[in-house]
Design a protein around this ligand. Structure first.
Ligand SMILES: [Zn+2]
Ligand SMILES: [Zn+2]
Length: 345
């Protein structure tokens, strides 16, 4: 990256950063479209894939039949109960009528009414018998219902055990599948990180740096953000381990770069100042001077001091007098600000 101070250059740099982010955004879009299509390669299992259908299917059919029978028995029982209630009421009301009649008869003592007594008693007995029949029907149906309930509970338990086993197998299969999917994704994401590292080391200072940075942003987001929802139980380890390795490598690189920079500065400071000044980038030098920093050694200097013609730290010339008109100029200026003469002359 150039550290130019020209106004347009600054704006071009901002635009190029925008290019980097847009490039990263499109890469991310493409990447997530690809990654989201990955699980379709895998089968999606259900519990039914893991049960022995030769065993469970007849049991399920039996259960269905039992439930059907259970419902039918229940309906019949309701009907029988209703019948029983009706007959009980019939008997009770007939009995009350009979008792009233009997009371009247006791008072009048009419002997010719004996036939009537026999007839009424027989009618009452008949109603009682009907009531007992209804009671028996209710009892039989209750017994049937109990038997059916017990059989149903047994079959249900068998089915449940088979299904529980199948659910465990389903869980294991899904775990294995999740691991597989995660590994596919890791296989895609790790090379991206490697390419990003290479781009960072080799290409970030070339004129094509926006693409390098765009790709680096894409790779980092893909690995540390996009991959997260697909992490299996141990996925956190992979993520943090890769993070640690990257930090260690990055740190080592930064330490190496610092050592190299210090070496270079030492060598530069040992050279004659004219040569040093020529080696410095004009724009970089201006940026540093604006910040009150010596372009030669990058240490702070007081540029407003009128006598500060040389850097007190490294001895590089900071101000010179124009050869033609004697105006005091920055030593890094290319032309005299008083007469416009070339500084070289
Ligand atoms: Zn200096
Ligand atoms: Zn001049």
């Amino acid at each position: 990256m150039s550290k130019g101070v020209r106004l347009s250059e600054k704006w071009f740099n901002r635009a190029l950063w925008l290019v980097a982010f847009v490039f990263a955004w499109f890469l991310l879009g493409l990447g997530s479209a690809l990654i989201h299509d990955l699980p379709h390669v895998e089968q999606s299992y259900t519990m039914d894939d893991f049960v022995d259908h030769a065993i469970i299917d007849p049991l399920r059919t039996q259960l269905d039949t039992l439930q059907q029978q259970h419902r039918e028995t229940s309906d019949k029982l309701d009907q029988a109960q209703l019948t029983l209630n009706t007959r009980r009421n019939d008997y009770q009301s007939m009995r009350r009528t009979f008792e009233n009649w009997l009371a009247t008869r006791d008072v009048t003592q009419q002997a010719q009414q004996d036939d009537e007594l026999v007839k009424r008693t027989a009618g009452l007995d008949q109603l009682k018998a009907l009531e007992r029949d209804a009671e028996k029907a209710v009892e039989t149906l209750s017994k049937t219902q109990l038997d059916q309930n017990q059989t149903e509970a047994k079959v249900r338990e068998q089915v449940k055990q088979l299904e529980d086993t199948a659910y465990k197998q389903l869980y294991n299969a899904n775990q294995k599948q999740a691991t597989r999917v995660f590994l596919y994704r890791l296989l895609l994401a790790l090379p991206l990180l490697a390419i990003a590292a290479w781009l960072f080391a080799k290409k970030r200072k070339t004129p094509y740096w926006p693409f390098a940075w765009g790709f680096i942003i894409f790779a980092l987001i893909t690995f540390f953000v996009e991959l997260v929802p697909y992490l299996p139980d141990y996925g956190g380890y992979v993520r943090y381990l890769v993070g640690i390795v990257m930090t260690v490598l990055g740190g080592k690189y930064a330490i190496g770069a610092l050592q190299k920079y210090l070496e270079k500065q030492k060598l530069a400071e040992a050279q004659p100042q004219l040569l040093r000044r020529e080696e410095l980038n004009y724009d970089t030098a201006l940026t540093l001077l604006n910040k009150g920093v010596c372009p030669g050694c990058e240490r702070g200097v007081d540029l407003k001091d009128a006598r500060n013609d040389f850097c007190p730290h490294c001895g590089i010339g900071l101000h010179t007098k124009c050869g033609s008109c004697g105006t005091r100029n920055s030593a890094f200026s290319k032309f005299c600000k008083g007469c416009g003469a070339s500084a070289k002359a």
